[in-house]
Design a protein around this ligand. Sequence first.
Ligand code: GLN
Length: 619
Amino acid sequence: MKRSPPPVTATTTAWSSSKPPLLRFLHTCHADFLPEATGAVADYIPELGKADPTHFGISLATLDGHVYEVGDTRVPFTIQSMSKPFVFALALDTLGAERVESVIGVEPSGDPFNSIRLNAENHPFNAMVNAGAIACSGLLHADKGDGAFEFIRQALGRFAGRELDVDEAVYASESATGDRNRAIGYLLRTNSVITENVPAVLDVYFRQCSILVTARDTAVMAATLANRGINPLTEEQVVTPYAIARTLSVMTSSGMYDYAGEWIYRVGIPAKSGVGGGILAALPARLGLGSYSPKLDKHGNSVRGIKVCETLSAHYDLHMLNRSDDARHSIIADYNIGKNPSRRVRRPQEQEILARHFQEVRVIELVGTLSLSNVDYVSRRLAGSPRPEFVIFDLRRVTATTRAGARLVAEAFQELAELGVTVILSGIKRTSREWATISEWTRRLGNIRDFYLLDTAIEWAEDQIVYRYGGSIDFLETTELAEQPLLAGLSEAEIADLTALCTVRTYQQNEKVIAAGGEATSLFFLRSGVVHVTLPDGIRLATLTAGMAFGEMALLEPTRSADVLADMSATAYEVAIRDFERFREQHPRAGERIMRNLAQILADRLIVANAKVDLLTSG
Ligand code: GLN
C-alpha cells in the first residue's frame, strides 16, 4: 500500500494543540477511575448527602503557576477538614508556635477524625483531627473575637488566590446536627484548651468547614503549601515558611486520620482529605494536587481521590522519601587561567607573569542549586588541590540557593578568607534573589568582590597577579610602533617609513573608534589607553592596551565585524589599508613578515578560543 506523505501543514499548530504529557496522564487517571463506584457520600451532615456522586475533578498546580484541570474542577464543594492545615498554619503565624503548641499536640492519634479521645495531657492529639481543629479555631477566636471567621475566610482565599464564599446550607445543616463536635468543644473547655464561649468557637469551626472551594482551588492551595507559603499564582507569601514546614509535618503524620500511616507508606506525599469529597496533596518544592469526588471510604477519604494520588505517586515515583541527588553535577567547569585566560590581550611582560602564576587564579563554574551537599562538595574539591590566591565562583547558571547552602557558602568563604584566598563572584546580579540569600549570610565577611561578567572577574584577578608579581599595568604609558607584535622583526628604516604613513588619533572615553558593519579601510596600532572590541550583541571579545593592533582584520576582510570603543582616553596610529598595501609592495620582506606575525596572532587567539569551547563541552 502506498503511504501518503505526512502532511506538511503547520507543525506549530499540531504542537501547540497537543497536550503536555502530565495533562495526558491526568486524563488517563480520570478515565480509569471514573467507573469506580465504591464508597458512599457522607450524610451525617444531611446537606452533604445531596452531593452528586458522579462528579469527579482532578487539578494539579505547578510551582511556576500552571494549573492543569481535568473533569469537574470548577464544581464547588465544601472544604470541610481540608481547612484544618490552613487554619493551623494561620494560628502558628498569628499566635506564635509556643501558644499553639501549649494546647495542641503533634502526635498521630490513630483514631478517626471525629474521635472524642484526648491525649495523656488532655489536649488534642494534633490539629488535623476535629478536636485539634476546634481547639485551633478556639485560639483564633480568643484572639480575634467576632472577626475570627472572617479572618480565616480571607486567609484561605489568599491560599486559593481568590475570594471564597460559604455554603450557608451546609453550615446550617452541620450547625443543627453537629452534637459530636459540640461534645468535643465542651470536653476541650473542661480541660482549659478552650477558655471561652464554646458555641461561638464551634460557629467559627462549622463555618470554616463550609467554605466553598473547587478542585482547582484546592490544587492551588496545596501548591502554596508545597511552595513554602508563596501562592504560585499570585506570588503572595501567605504564611511563613516556618508555619508551612510544621503544617506539612502534621499533615504527613496525621492528615489522613487512621489511614495516615498507610498513606505515607504507600503514597509518600503530605495530604489532607475532607468529608465533602476533596483531597489535597502537597509535594514540597514540586506540586499541589486537588481532587474532588464525593464518595468516601470507611476512613472518610474520597475513594477516587486516593486512587489518583496513589497512581500519580507510583507512576512518577514521587514518594518524598525516595529522592536522590548527585552533588558532583553542581560543577560544570573547573579550571585556572592557564587554560582559560580572560579576553584581555596581554603585553609580553604581563604574559610572562601570568604564565608563571597561572595556578593562582582558579575558576569554578557552578550550576543548579547551591545546596548543603553541593556546596560541601565544592569546598572539598577546592581543599583537595593546591591553594590558589584567587577563586572565582561563577554563579550565572545557579538557579536556587537553599538556606543551608547559603550558610555553608558563608562558612566556606570565611575559611578561605582566613587562608588568605580572595573570593570573587561572577554571574550574579545584586538585585537577584540568590544575591539576597547569599549576602544575608556573607554580610559579616565584609565586601565580597563581584563582577557580573565572568571575563571581567578573570581579568581583574589577572591584573592582581600581575601587580603582585612585579608587573605594572600603566595605562598611560605610550608605546611606539616598534614595540607592536604585529610589526615584530621590521627594521628601523621600515618602521620609520610606516610611521610616516600613519596619522595619530585621539579618542575620549566611550568614544566609538570602529563601528561594526562599516567599511574596513584602515588598521590601528594602539599607542596609549585601553579599548575593547565588542560584538553588536554586547559580547566583549577582547580588551586591548597600548602596543596592540586592532582593526587588523581589515587586511583580510572588507567589512568591520565588531565595534571598538575606548575604555578611557586613548591614542592610536591609524594607517589606511591603501597606504599599508603600498608599503607592503615597496617593502616585500617586511610585508611578508607582517602577514606571518598576523597569522601567529590569529593562531594564538584560536588556541584560546578552542580551549574555552573544550572546557564547556568536557566540563
Ligand atoms: N465538618 C466536618 C466535621 O467536623 C469535617 C470532618 C472532615 O472533613 N473529616 O465532622
